[in-house]
Design a protein around this ligand. Structure first.
Ligand code: LLP
Length: 445
């Protein structure tokens, strides 16, 4: 095989790949998603292709559920992480509630599992009157109110519809969380939540509105947080506030601890999810158990920790090229399909779908897509075993904030999504066509 077409490229750590949790595992040197060979799926559905393992989703959901079994709680899966209707339905079937941040996400929950509307919490700094009305009519569980202005607007919408809204003030606990600055949310300098110092006064005002009921305290300090200490600190503050609000006469029935639990994107430094889930549970519930009975119902809003490792992006090698000493593996997925490496300097592990025997050489290259920006890369200086043109690569841990952040940049239709359950593969979103892309536009003048 000509060298230009066959580089001995890198996998980060193939031995560990075999010990990955259910979902993506090698069998006879070929990567499988649940019980199905990924090459076959790529042939059938084309690439780039998002693949999800139903087994992995269920398992991760159960681990989190199990960790919190001794406190009254609801896992409100954060729809923004991956909002495919089939994934929402799968989780709803396991008892999940949902954390939404837009009217669009609310409609998705309605379409996926209407009964789950009563388990929806609505967060976000910029809810519009239409969105608030839609949520009021849908009978959601809780509005996480993020400003005084929103409180007044919600009060007006609720009065107009004569529907009582249960609210939790989303407070900004001013707790630093070590993560990428774009996804850290719990500091005073961030736009999220209201300062702790104004929470009591805002709740006092809320209680004067006939159609608002102060029912909880909520927070969310950021995403991809690996150390559980910040969760503990934030919960301490939430509980202190809840105790004050109870003393003020509000019936605090909910504490919403938000989402944010991180995962390992690196199989040489794996995190055992069971362990992490238990440490996370201790950090969250220790302050909560300081409260007198009945202890408020705990709400959690996990996104990434459930869905990220359960999904992967499959991409085909188009070209192997060299510019001076630098090598590039050009693939058919790009930043429009998975923007995390470009936007957050995220490192997703990439591995060939086929482990070819005797292919021991490793080659360092950038894995880049066809989009016309130097910022379009899926990995920088990745070290993989030699791959050839036409081979498929698997970008791991892409289940969260992959497809949900995908765009049509460079007029690229978004990829298909397939949910694999054991040996059954279901197309849960068909590949977009150029017709889909163009139908909203008019060529006037
Ligand atoms: N609740 C609220 C109010 C949130 O804003 C978020 C995420 C979550 C829950 C879920 O957090 P998780 O458990 O998934 O960490 N696009 C970025 C992540 C943005 C997170 C935004 N908010 C990324 O790709 O890393």
């Amino acid at each position: 095989m000509p060298i230009a077409n066959c580089w001995l490229l890198p996998c980060y750590n193939l031995s560990l790949m075999f010990t990955r949790p259910p979902g993506f595992t090698y069998k006879n040197d070929e990567l499988h998603c649940d019980g199905l060979a990924i090459n076959k799926l790529a042939k059938k559905f084309g690439t780039p292709l998002y693949l999800y393992s139903a087994t992995a989703i269920r398992e991760r959901y159960r681990v989190l559920e199990g960790a919190f079994h001794h406190v009254k709680h609801t896992l409100c899966y954060s729809v923004k992480a991956n909002s495919n209707l089939s994934i929402l339905r799968l989780l709803a079937g396991m008892g999940a509630g949902f954390d939404i941040v837009s009217g669009g996400e609310l409609e998705r929950v309605r379409r996926a599992h209407k009964k789950s509307l009563s388990k929806v919490v609505f967060s976000g700094v910029g809810k519009t009157a239409d969105e608030l009305r839609l949520a009021l009519r849908s009978g959601i569980l809780l509005f996480n109110v993020e400003s005084e202005g929103e409180l007044e607007l919600l009060a007006a919408c609720a009065a107009e519809l004569r529907k009582v809204a249960d609210i939790a003030l989303r407070v900004n606990p001013d707790v630093p969380a070590e993560t990428h600055p774009y996804i850290s949310t719990g500091l005073r300098e961030h736009k999220f939540g209201v300062p702790m110092s104004s929470a009591r006064e805002l709740c006092r005002r809320a209680a004067q509105h006939k159609y608002l009921r102060v029912a909880g305290v909520s927070l969310h300090i950021g995403s991809q947080i690996g150390d559980v200490t910040p969760f503990h600190l934030a919960m301490e503050r939430a509980v202190d506030l809840a105790l004050e609000l109870l003393a003020d006469g509000h019936k605090i029935r909910f504490i919403d601890a938000g989402g944010g639990l991180g995962i390992s994107y690196n199989s040489s430094a794996p995190i055992e999810f069971n362990d992490l889930a238990h440490r996370y549970e201790e950090a969250i519930t220790e302050p909560l158990l300081r409260m007198k009975k009945p202890i408020p119902h705990l709400l959690l809003e996990p996104g990434r920790s459930i869905i990220a490792p359960a999904g992967a992006l499959i991409t085909r090698v188009l070209y192997l090229k060299r510019n001076g000493n630098k090598r590039f593996t050009i693939v058919d997925a790009a930043m429009n399909d998975l923007i995390r490496p470009s936007l957050y300097q995220a490192r997703h592990e990439i591995t060939p779908v086929n482990l070819v025997k005797g292919r021991s050489e490793r080659v360092q290259s950038d894995i880049a897509g066809p989009v016309c920006e130097s910022g379009d890369f899926l990995a920088r200086d990745a070290i993989l075993p030699a791959v050839a043109q036409g081979e498929n690569l698997c970008i791991l841990d892409a289940g969260a904030y992959g497809m949900s952040l995908a765009s049509n940049y460079n007029s690229r239709p978004r990829s298909a999504e397939v949910l694999v359950d054991g040996t059954r593969a279901r197309l849960i979103r068909r590949r977009e066509t150029m017709k889909d892309l163009l139908q909203q536009e008019a060529a006037c003048l």
